[in-house]
Design a protein around this ligand. Structure first.
Ligand code: G1P
Length: 304
């Protein structure tokens, strides 16, 4: 049976971003920049690279600045034109040209499952990709493209997975695989949200990339609040898995950057700044010198 092509994606951006207070008192976490590009734009770029044409961003009240960011700014554009700043003009219009963007509003933050429920109308009876903007995938690597191909073959649920150390698994949704992976693709029998390390059925963590079938919306309606008192997407997927909906994972072995907390965010900025077209080369040179200075400070006895 042929399955519909995955061309629509939902990006949840309704969280309060409390790990980034005080910045997030007035600014959406999803606009935190990697050098000068918001993380949300980077994720939308990943969607566009993978033949996603339409994106719905789920916002909460007070996060309208995200919609402003993706709207035209005629005054600014005029000012840039007057200066002949073509590069600036291209930069301010790039995000909106990548995909067609619409918005949904999640008034009460009830969890990821509830945020996804806001995409039912947008999905229009077809499959829906969900991309979490805390997870960035290097533009030289692919996971969503492979997930779209697995969906075309098997339908059902397709998850982006990554092997993590046991000490990390309780930060993620975790899957119980059936048998061995075929290449990078693995069949899954069950899922559990944020298991205790000793209870985890595997070390395969769900990274924030999903392809969901239309049945997910009914499953979310039937899902009781779970971990943290929230409607968990993992629990809704688990319900479908139990009812025989096929679940597959694509094991991603590429470069992923987590921007979910302060330390991970700073690491992501450093890693990505090293390849930035404007500053990458200079930043790299400086970083090498700086690291050797730090090493000398930390081990003053060691000859450089
Ligand atoms: C969410 C999901 C979790 C997934 C993770 C990936 O958790 O609930 O299953 O593994 O994203 O980043 P959160 O990071 O919102 O706590």
């Amino acid at each position: 049976m042929a399955h519909d092509s995955v061309t629509r994606a939902l990006i949840p951006a309704a969280g309060r971003g409390t790990r980034f207070l005080p910045f997030t008192k007035a600014m959406p976490k999803e606009l935190l920049p990697i050098v000068s590009t918001p993380t949300l734009e980077i994720v939308i770029g990943e969607a566009a690279r993978n033949e996603i044409t339409d994106v719905v961003v789920v916002l909460s009240p007070g996060k309208g600045m995200i919609a402003d960011y993706f709207s035209p700014n005629p005054d600014l554009e005029q000012a840039l034109k007057a200066k002949g700043d073509q590069k600036g003009i291209a930069a301010i219009n790039r995000a909106a040209e990548l995909v067609s963007i619409s918005y949904a509003e999640q008034v009460v933050p009830r969890g990821l499952g509830d945020a996804v429920a806001h995409g039912e109308e947008f999905a229009n009876g077809g499959p829906l990709a969900v991309l979490l903007p805390d997870d960035l995938v290097d533009d030289r690597d692919d996971v969503v493209g492979a997930m779209r191909r697995v969906y075309a073959e098997h339908g059902g649920i397709v998850l982006g997975l990554m092997e993590v150390p046991r000490s990390e698994i309780s930060k993620y949704g975790c899957v119980a695989p059936i048998g061995e992976a075929q290449g990078d693709v693995i069949a899954i029998s069950d899922l559990v949200e944020k298991p205790a390390p000793e209870a985890a059925p595997s070390l395969l963590a769900i990274i924030g990339r999903y392809v969901l079938p239309p049945e997910i919306f009914d499953a979310i309606r039937r899902t009781e609040p779970g971990a943290g008192g929230e409607i968990q997407l993992t629990d809704a997927m688990r319900l479908l898995a139990g009812e025989g909906v096929p679940v597959h994972g694509v094991v991603f072995r590429g470069r992923r950057y987590d921007t979910g907390d302060k330390l991970d965010y700073v690491r992501a900025v450093v890693q990505l700044a090293r390849r930035h077209p404007d500053i990458g080369e200079q930043f790299n040179q400086w970083l090498v010198e700086y690291v050797s200075e730090i090493a000398a400070e930390t081990n003053p006895g060691v000859a450089q």
